[in-house]
Ligand binder design. Structure first.
Ligand SMILES: Cc1cc2nc3c(=O)[nH]c(=O)nc-3n(C[C@H](O)[C@H](O)[C@H](O)COP(=O)(O)OP(=O)(O)OC[C@H]3O[C@@H](n4cnc5c(N)ncnc54)[C@H](O)[C@@H]3O)c2cc1C
Length: 385
């Protein structure tokens, strides 16, 4: 093939592809990122509300997100670029005994994997989240190092650093085929031509299954729609992201936080899920999420909503991502199925992929890759998805 040659070609300049490109380029790996959209982070990344937590139930996700938090929280100091990181913390609130028990059980796993998290009784929790409804409140977990940042500023920041380190980006171009020869990857084809590479990273998010199929593989990633919204700016009310895991009619859970500029950002996980890629409609969302938020923080009844939107979660059967090489096809790597946590997982996953490509995996990395391998049985669902 006389096409231009790269060490790694990444499908997708999103929450995962951008940090992966940055970390690969930082290790001197010649990297090309291809994305059909016109600029960085315009896929699901741009729908995310910016929550970043290491509060998970699966040790592999805790580890990846601790790495993400270390990277995002120090980004401005190290690179001089604002991504609006704020360590406001995360609280998971319990209003039912079952939820209280489940959260307390998870604390042990979370603490044993290095997460700074504790249990707050009702009054302590209300001190952390003033205005939180006390009625029926049993307490909740509080992880002070979790926080938030801007997904769009983060995408731009990783893009600029990756370019500075030598990574190339082709926007407005789609990968249409993965070329294999003698049972391994040798290149990719796009609408505009072809590129030689021994390694392709599928970081195509909700479109990850279509890219896997180009390599003759299958991966259980299916898109479903999630809705979010933002209010006008309000006076400062509370710092943490509030996660309300109480199921309701048509609702699995919901979460919201206040940005430093004062706006409340909010999301809801519908039950049953909205399967597919239709992002046109959000009319049912607002009444449902508004009721839940006002129920939890009554003062929010005065907030005016500015905008709502829909975006896609790249879902897997157990709510955890699928990361690593696949035995059937040397040269094919994947970091797909980030579900509702791709923005927070992205930096940690990017670091891991760069270590994988450079042959620098640690024992911990091997454990994480085993846990998130495509060959797992997908039966142990993420409890805090
Ligand atoms: C309403 C909402 C709120 C959310 N809030 C949060 C949050 O607070 N915190 C959090 O961590 N996560 C959140 N998420 C989830 C998060 O947005 C996703 O998990 C994450 O963006 C997925 O990252 P990704 O890189 O896998 O996919 P994307 O960011 O979508 O990137 C994939 C890229 O692949 C490109 N692509 C597709 N096909 C091809 C092809 N053939 N060739 C080349 N490129 C291709 C796409 O154009 C896209 O740019 C939220 C999601 C939604 C919808």
């Amino acid at each position: 093939m006389s096409a231009k040659s790269y060490d790694v070609v990444i499908a997708g300049a999103g929450s995962v592809g951008l940090p992966a490109a940055y970390h690969l380029a930082a290790r001197g790996v010649k990297t090309l990122v291809i994305d059909p959209l016109p600029s960085p982070g315009q896929g699901s990344n741009k729908a995310a509300i910016g929550g970043v937590r290491a509060t998970h139930s699966k040790p592999s996700k805790i580890r990846l997100c601790l790495d993400s938090i270390a990277e995002l929280s120090s980004w401005r100091e190290r690179h001089g670029r604002e991504i609006e990181w704020f360590a406001g913390g995360y609280v998971f609130v319990a209003y039912h005994e079952d939820d209280r028990r489940e959260l307390l059980e998870l604390l042990e796993v979370q603490q044993s994997h290095g997460l700074d998290i504790g249990w707050l009784e009702r009054d302590e929790l209300i001190e952390r989240v003033p205005h939180l409804s006390a009625e029926g409140l049993l307490g909740g977990t509080y992880a002070p190092s979790d926080g938030s940042a801007s997904p769009l500023l983060t995408a731009r920041a990783y893009y600029e650093e990756a370019v500075r380190l030598g990574a190339e980006f082709h926007f407005g171009e789609r990968i249409t085929a993965i070329i294999r020869r003698h049972g391994r990857v040798v290149g990719v084809r796009t609408e505009r031509g072809g590129y030689a590479t021994a390694t392709i990273l599928n970081a195509a998010g909700a479109w990850g299954q279509a890219v896997a199929r180009m390599a003759g593989l299958d991966v259980p990633v299916t898109p479903d729609s999630h809705e979010a919204g933002i209010t006008e700016p309000l006076a400062p009310l509370f710092d943490p992201m509030v996660v309300d895991i109480r199921p309701g009619e048509g609702v699995k859970n919901s979460y919201f936080y206040q940005r430093r500029e004062g706006q409340i950002l909010f999301c809801l996980t519908p039950d049953p899920p909205f399967l597919g890629t239709d992002r046109r409609e959000t009319s049912g969302f607002l009444p449902r999420i508004a009721d839940r938020m006002v129920d939890r923080v009554p003062i929010l009844s005065r907030a005016k909503v500015r905008r709502t939107w829909r975006g896609l979660y790249p879902m897997t059967p157990d709510g955890s991502p699928i990361i690593g090489a696949v035995e059937e096809l040397p040269g094919y790597l994947q970091a797909v199925g980030m579900c509702g946590q791709g923005y927070m997982l992205g930096p940690g996953v990017g670091q891991l992929i760069a270590r994988l490509v450079s042959g620098a995996l640690s024992d911990h990395d091997h454990e994480v890759l085993k846990d998130l391998s495509a060959n797992r049985d997908f039966t142990s669902a993420e409890a805090l998805g």
